[in-house]
Ligand binder design. Structure first.
Ligand SMILES: [Zn+2]
Length: 307
């Protein structure tokens, strides 16, 4: 069995290189996986633009229209914190579709990895923290409406709270939001997830891994999900400028391995998204984001890979 990887070449597009958001990381990640022989025509799936019927249960149609037509107010532009361009519009309407596709592939194959996604700060009618549309909430709402209503667990390990996801899915009984994040970090006004696990700034590897493991086991037991959407954010990394935790790259790898192994052993399909990660060394960042796909391939295909 080969792990399906979901990617679109328009995820990265010409973008100011000095901007805090590393827009080129998606192409770098795909390039890195390709260079390792892990991404090829055989295992790549390319999403189409997101269907309107997938977007509107989650987002305000007037907000979508304002973003699409570049008529966001000055305040909305500041909240978005990304310069508007046609390239941005294109990638914004592709990426949530990629997460939906990843979830559908996970249901079929047991696992699939999106080489993007995890824009968990986006709210119903406004952008926040570099997130315009909330792919996790969009996918959860799609899944909740199919096959008699699937039960979804969103297991969000990005260092920042999945505040948009929590707010958007508050009244969705088929989605359970679980966020493990740094208490002192953005967003400074937290929303109420179904389960929030707050880590103190400076949390180290051992405490982190123990927390992730215990939380995942308890969440599975409580929710009995038909599918897990796993946000494997790497901004927990000790060197991440927006992180505040003290997590090594080895521990990120161990985290991803333990999450994917646990779900495999429990027979629960998992769709992964890459989530947040910031680093001026964009190649190092791409390698860090590749960890979750590498571990998926290790766990599922039992392939021997050097790190
Ligand atoms: Zn983050």
């Amino acid at each position: 069995m080969t792990v399906p990887l979901v990617y679109h070449p328009d995820y990265s597009f010409p973008f100011p290189s000095r901007h805090r958001f590393p827009m080129e990381k998606f192409a770098r990640l795909a390039g890195y996986l390709r260079s390792r022989g892990l991404l090829s025509a055989d295992n790549t799936y390319r999403p189409g633009p997101c269907r309107q019927s997938w977007l509107t249960p989650t987002h305000c149609p007037r907000y979508l229209q304002r973003f699409y037509s570049n008529t966001l107010s000055d305040r909305e532009q500041r909240q978005m914190n990304l310069p508007w361009s046609e390239g941005l519009v294109k990638r914004t309407f592709l990426a949530p579709s990629g997460t939906v596709l990843t979830a559908q592939l996970a249901l079929r194959h047991g696992i699939a990895c999106h080489l993007a996604g995890g824009t968990h700060h986006a709210h119903h009618d406004y952008a926040s923290g570099f997130c315009i549309l909330n792919d996790l909430a969009i996918a959860a709402n799609v899944l909740a409406g199919q096959d008699g209503g699937l039960q979804v667990l969103i297991f969000d390990c990005d260092v920042h709270q999945g505040d948009g996801t929590a707010a958007l899915l508050r009244n969705q009984p088929r989605a359970f939001t679980c966020s493990i994040h740094c208490k002192q970090n953005f967003p400074f006004t937290k929303q109420l997830s179904d389960w929030d696990v707050e880590l103190a700034a400076g949390t180290d590897d051992a405490n982190y891994l123990e927390t992730v493991s215990a939380t995942l086991l308890a969440a599975i037991h409580r929710v009995k999900p038909d599918i897990v959407l796993y946000d494997a954010g790497v901004d927990v990394f000790e060197g991440d400028p927006l992180g505040q935790l003290k997590i090594s790259e080895a521990a990120i790898r161990e985290r991803d391995r333990l999450v994917l192994t646990t779900l495999k052993n429990a027979g629960i399909p998992v769709a992964t998204v890459i989530g947040g990660g910031y680093d001026d060394d964009r190649d190092a960042l791409a390698r860090r984001h590749a960890i979750v796909a590498e571990e998926a391939i290790r766990v599922i295909e039992r392939k021997q890979l050097r790190n």
